[in-house]
Design a protein around this ligand. Structure first.
Ligand code: GCU
Length: 664
C-alpha cells in the first residue's frame, strides 16, 4: 500500500536538496534535535557534515533569537531556531519555501501557544466521527472497517489494543510538526471499555512509546479520561472529587504516568456531558473536579484540559424557554477565576456543536480569568463526512476574527491568565486510509488548521495556495487554479444547499450526513428550528426570546437583538423570521431559501464538471478519489435541495419566483 505523503513530497524534496551539505549547530542533543538529524539523514537521505566549512545549509539553535522558544528565522541557507523545536519548525518551513520555489526568507513565531489535535479514536480501532478508515493508534493490523454501525458500543477486542504501526505514526508526527502542532490526545473523549485503562499499566507503557516518538517532533501526548475511573478501575466506591481516597488514587495514577512518560502532557476531560460521568453527580462543580486533578499534575508540569461542552441532553422539547446555546455559559461563567493555573477550558467555537454556521461562543470575551482554548472540528461531522468538498478555513477564520467589541482583540490568548496555557484545538480527521483523510482534498483542512494556529493572520486563500503548491507539486498552474477555485467556494456551497442562514440542525440524527428536516425537532438534544406556516428560526432575543443575545458584549448584543441589524447569515439563529420578511439581500426569506438551495446544487454540478476537466492533468488516484466523492456529493446536494425546498414550499405555500421545479 502506498501511503500518501500529503504536503511533504519526499522525492521532490530529495531532488531539490540532494546537492546540499547540511551542518547542525546545536546547543544540546535532545529528542527534537535527534529527530531533526534523522529527518535529514534517514527521511530525506541528505548529507550532514561535521565540518561547518563544508556546509551549504546551516541549521543553528540560537536562544537569543526570541523569547519565544518556538520561533525560527530563515535567511537563504541559514536556518535559526530559538530552541531545537524552533529549529525543527524552521526546517519544515524551509522545506515549504523550497517546494514552492519561494524566496528563502522568513521570520516567524506562533500566534497560539498550544496547537492541539484531539483524536476521537477508540481502543477497538474505530473512530467516533471518523471518515478516513480506522485509528492509526489502536486496532488490529489489517482491519480497516470503520463502518458507522449507528451505535457507539465498542466491538469485541481480541489481543493487543494498539495498532503498533510506527511507520504510520512517524509519518503522522512529521505532518503534525510540519504545520506546528505541538500537542495531541490519543483517545476519544467518550472513554469506553478498556479506554479507561489507558492511564494505567500495562497500557500506559505503550502510550509512553508513542509519546516518545512524538516528543521528537516537539509534540506532547495527552489522554482523555473517564471521570468515573476511580470507581471503574480503581476499586473505589465513589469518584467524588472531594473524597480523599479519590484524590489519592488520581495522585498515584498521575505519578505513575510520569514515571513511564516523563513529558506527558496531561488529561482531556469530558465530564457531565452527553451521559458521561462528572463531578455534578456528587454535587460538586467543574472547578472542584478540574482543580483536584490539577493539583496532582502541578509538580509534573502537566495540564488538565477541561471541556465546556456541557448541556442538558435530556431536554423536554416542549419547553420553549430552554436554550442549549446558553448551556456552556451557564455552567462555566460563574466559575471564572476559580480554576487552577494548569487548568484550561476547552470551548467549542460556537454555542451548539461545530455547525455549518454558528455565532462565536459568548464565553469568548466574557471569561477573563480562566485559561482557554478554542475548539474546532477538522473531521467533517456536520460538514459533509469528507465526502462533500468543504474547505473550512473561511469559516474558521471568520470565527477567530469575529469582532468582540473591545472584549479583547485576541480573545483566547489575552483573556487567559497564562498565555502559555491557551490556544486552539481541533478534532483530527486522519485514519488508516491510504490518503489519510478519505478525500484527498480534505487534507487541506488538516494542513490549514495547523497553519491557522501558527499564524492567525494568514488568509484562507494563502493557506490553500500553500497546500496546493506543496501537494500538487508538479501540476500545472491552470489545473491548480481549478482546484483552488473549487475549494475556495466549497464551504459556502455546502452551507447553501444544506442549512443556510444558521437554521441549525436539519441533518440525519446521530449519523449527521444528509437531510432530515425534523430529525431533531421533537427530540431531547436541544436543537430546533421551530418552522411553522408563518416562518422559522429561534427567538434568542432578550425581549421576547431565550435571552441568549444578552450574553454578548453590549455592542454585539444590540446587533443580534435586532432582526434588522442581525446579518443574514445568522438571522435564523437569533430570530423567528416570517417567510415574507425582507432580508438584507433584498429578497424575502422564503425566496432566499429557494435560491440558495438551487444555487448550491448547481454549484456542485459545476464542481463536478471542473473536476472532470482535470483528468490526465493530475494523478489518477486523486482524480478517481475525488470523482467518486463528487458523485455522492451531487446526490447529497440534490436531496438537500429537494427536501428543504419542498418542505418550506408546503409550509409557506409561496411559489418560487422563478417557477423552478419544486417537488410538492
Ligand atoms: C458531538 C458529536 C459527538 C461527540 C461530542 C463531543 O456531539 O456528535 O460524537 O462526542 O460532539 O464533542 O463531545
Amino acid at each position: 500500500m502506498m501511503i500518501d505523503e500529503m504536503w511533504l513530497q519526499k522525492n521532490k524534496l530529495k531532488k531539490l536538496l540532494s546537492q546540499e551539505v547540511f551542518f547542525l549547530d546545536l546547543v544540546k542533543e535532545d529528542a527534537v534535535s535527534l529527530r531533526l538529524r534523522k529527518e535529514l539523514i534517514e527521511w530525506l537521505g541528505l548529507t550532514v557534515s561535521t565540518d561547518r566549512a563544508q556546509a551549504t545549509i546551516v541549521l543553528v539553535v540560537n536562544p537569543e533569537l526570541s523569547v519565544n522558544a518556538e520561533a525560527y528565522e530563515i535567511q537563504e541557507n541559514l536556518i535559526k531556531g530559538a530552541s531545537s523545536s524552533g529549529l525543527l519548525y524552521g526546517f519544515y518551513n524551509f522545506l515549504r519555501l523550497k517546494l514552492r520555489g519561494k524566496k528563502l526568507e522568513e521570520s516567524s513565531e506562533p500566534s497560539q501557544a498550544l496547537r492541539m489535535i484531539n483524536h476521537w479514536d477508540q481502543v477497538d480501532g474505530t473512530i467516533e466521527r471518523g471518515y478516513a478508515g480506522e485509528s492509526i493508534f489502536f486496532g488490529t493490523p489489517g482491519s480497516n472497517d470503520n463502518t458507522d454501525t449507528g451505535s457507539f458500543a465498542l466491538r469485541e477486542i481480541k489481543g493487543d489494543i494498539f495498532r503498533n504501526d510506527f511507520t504510520r505514526l512517524e509519518m503522522y508526527g512529521r505532518f503534525l510538526a510540519s504545520i506546528g502542532i505541538n500537542a495531541i490526545s490519543l483517545n476519544n473523549v467518550n472513554v469506553r471499555g478498556l479506554g479507561t485503562n489507558l492511564i494505567v499499566s500495562p497500557y500506559i507503557e505503550k502510550v509512553g512509546e508513542i509519546a516518545r516518538l512524538f516528543s521528537g517532533f516537539g509534540i506532547k501526548t495527552f489522554l482523555s479520561i473517564n471521570w468515573a475511573a476511580p470507581r471503574l478501575i480503581g476499586g473505589l466506591r465513589t469518584s467524588d472529587p472531594l473524597d480523599e481516597a479519590v484524590c489519592a488514587w488520581w495522585k498515584k495514577v498521575i505519578g505513575h504516568i510520569y514515571d513511564v512518560v516523563p513529558d506527558f502532557g496531561g488529561f482531556v476531560v469530558k465530564a457531565d456531558s452527553e451521559g458521561e460521568p462528572g463531578p455534578y453527580q456528587y454535587g460538586r462543580n467543574h472547578a472542584d473536579g478540574a482543580n483536584m486533578l490539577a493539583e496532582s499534575f502541578a509538580p509534573h508540569g502537566g495540564l488538565v484540559i477541561w471541556r465546556t461542552f456541557v448541556y442538558n441532553s435530556q431536554t423536554d422539547w416542549r419547553n420553549r424557554k430552554n436554550d442549549r446555546a446558553k448551556a456552556a455559559y451557564e455552567n462555566f461563567m460563574a466559575l471564572d477565576g476559580d480554576f487552577a493555573d494548569n487548568v484550561i477550558l476547552q470551548i467549542k467555537f460556537g454555542p451548539i456543536d461545530f455547525g455549518v454556521r454558528e455565532p462565536l461562543m459568548p464565553l469568548f470575551g466574557a471569561l477573563k480569568k480562566t485559561n482557554q482554548m478554542m475548539e474546532f472540528q477538522v473531521t467533517a461531522e456536520y460538514l459533509g463526512h469528507q465526502i462533500d468538498l468543504n474547505y473550512v478555513l473561511p469559516q474558521w477564520l471568520e470565527i477567530i476574527h469575529t469582532d468582540n467589541y473591545g472584549l479583547a482583540k485576541d480573545t483566547v490568548k489575552e483573556n487567559s491568565p497564562l498565555a502559555a496555557n491557551s490556544g486552539f484545538v481541533a478534532i483530527g480527521n486522519v485514519g488508516m486510509d491510504e490518503n489519510w483523510c478519505g478525500n484527498k482534498l480534505a487534507q487541506a483542512n488538516f494542513y490549514g488548521f495547523g497553519r491557522m494556529c501558527w499564524n492567525n493572520d494568514l488568509t484562507a486563500a494563502e493557506i490553500l495556495r500553500e497546500w496546493l503548491d506543496m501537494t500538487f507539486v508538479d501540476v500545472d498552474e491552470r489545473a491548480k487554479k481549478t482546484i483552488y477555485e473549487l475549494l475556495m467556494t466549497s464551504n459556502q456551497t455546502y452551507e447553501a444547499y444544506t442549512t443556510p442562514l444558521a437554521i441549525g440542525n436539519m441533518i440525519v440524527p446521530h449519523y449527521h450526513y444528509g437531510p432530515s428536516i425534523n430529525g431533531y425537532e421533537y427530540d431531547r438534544w436541544g436543537s430546533y428550528h421551530f418552522a411553522d406556516r408563518n416562518g422559522l428560526g429561534v427567538d434568542r432575543t432578550m425581549v421576547t426570546g431565550t435571552g441568549y443575545s444578552g450574553l454578548y458584549a453590549p455592542e454585539l448584543a444590540e446587533i443580534y437583538e435586532d432582526i434588522n441589524k442581525t446579518p443574514d447569515e445568522l438571522i435564523l439563529f437569533f430570530h423567528f423570521v416570517n417567510y415574507d420578511h425582507l432580508l438584507h439581500n433584498g429578497k424575502t426569506l422564503i425566496q432566499t431559501i429557494y435560491d440558495l438551495h438551487f444555487e448550491g446544487y448547481n454549484k456542485v454540478l459545476e464542481f463536478q464538471k471542473s473536476w472532470q476537466a482535470l483528468e490526465g492533468k493530475i494523478d489518477e488516484i486523486t482524480f478517481r478519489n475525488v470523482s467518486q466523492r463528487l458523485e455522492l456529493q451531487v446526490q447529497n446536494a440534490k436531496n438537500w435541495r429537494d427536501q428543504i425546498n419542498t418542505y418550506f414550499y408546503r409550509m409557506s405555500g409561496v411559489e418560487d419566483k422563478y417557477g423552478r421545479k419544486i417537488f410538492n
